[in-house]
Design a protein around this ligand. Structure first.
Ligand code: SF4
Ligand code: SF4
Length: 193
C-alpha cells in the first residue's frame, strides 16, 4: 500500500468515507484489521489489494487508489470473507459500492480487470433488456468490446449442439418490471448509466 499522510487523506476524503459507509450500509469503521477476510478469500492472490487492505483504505480515505484497483473488479461477491468477519462487515457490498463509484467517475480498470468490467456491464444490460441473462448476446457483447472476437467459441459450439444455448433471446414474464427497476435505480443514482 502506498504511503500517505493519514490525517490529510482522511480530512480531504471525508465525503468519500461517509459515502461508502452509507451506500454499502456496512460498519467499515469497526474493522480492526484482524485479516480473517483475506485469509478466506479465494481470489486474494489475484488482487492488487487484499480485502482487509481495501477496508483499511476506505477508513483512510484512499479513494483514487481504490477506484483504480483491480480488486474491486476481481471480487466475485462470494461473501466467504463476510462469514468470517467478527465485525459483520459485508465486504462484497463495500466492493460493489466501490465498483459503482468507479463507474460513475469514469475510472476504467486496468489490465485483466478491464475484461471483468466489460462482462459485468454486458451481463447487466442483457438482464435489463430481457429480464434474464442471454448467454449468446452476453458473449457477443463481451467479445466485441474486449476485441477478442472468437473468445469462447470452442466452448460455445458444443453447448449449442447440445441445446444448452439459444441463438435468439427470450424475455421472461415481468421483463418490463425488471427494466423499470433498472430505470428507478438509475434515477436514484442521479441518471448515471
Ligand atoms: S466476496 Fe470478494 S473479497 Fe470476499 S471472499 Fe469473496 S472474492 Fe474475496
Ligand atoms: S475480517 Fe472484518 S474485522 Fe477482520 S480485517 Fe476483515 S473486515 Fe476487518
Amino acid at each position: 500500500m502506498e504511503s500517505i499522510n493519514v490525517n490529510e487523506s482522511i480530512s480531504k476524503n471525508a465525503d468519500f468515507i461517509e459515502q461508502i459507509g452509507v451506500e454499502s450500509g456496512q460498519p467499515v469503521q469497526k474493522c480492526y484489521q484482524c485479516g480473517k477476510c483475506t485469509a478466506g478469500c479465494p481470489l486474494a492472490f489475484e488482487m492488487d489489494y487484499p480485502p482487509h487492505q481495501v477496508i483499511r483504505m476506505v477508513q483512510l480515505g484512499m479513494k483514487d487508489a481504490l477506484l483504480k484497483s483491480n480488486t474491486i473488479w476481481i471480487c466475485s461477491s462470494c461473501s466467504t470473507c463476510s462469514t468470517r468477519c467478527p465485525c459483520n462487515v459485508e465486504i462484497a457490498h463495500v466492493m460493489e459500492s466501490l465498483r459503482i463509484m468507479a463507474g460513475r467517475s469514469g475510472t476504467a480498470p486496468a489490465g485483466k480487470a478491464k475484461y471483468v468490467e466489460v462482462m459485468y456491464n454486458a451481463l447487466l444490460s442483457t438482464v435489463e433488456k430481457y429480464g434474464r441473462t442471454y448467454e449468446v448476446g452476453l458473449v457477443m457483447q463481451n467479445n466485441l468490446k474486449s476485441g477478442k472476437l472468437f473468445n469462447g467459441a470452442d466452448m460455445g459450439l458444443p453447448m449449442f449442439q447440445r441445446g444448452k444455448l439459444k441463438l435468439m433471446p427470450s424475455k421472461v414474464q415481468g421483463a418490463a418490471e425488471v427494466a423499470r427497476i433498472f430505470a428507478e435505480v438509475r434515477k436514484m443514482e442521479g441518471g448515471v448509466k
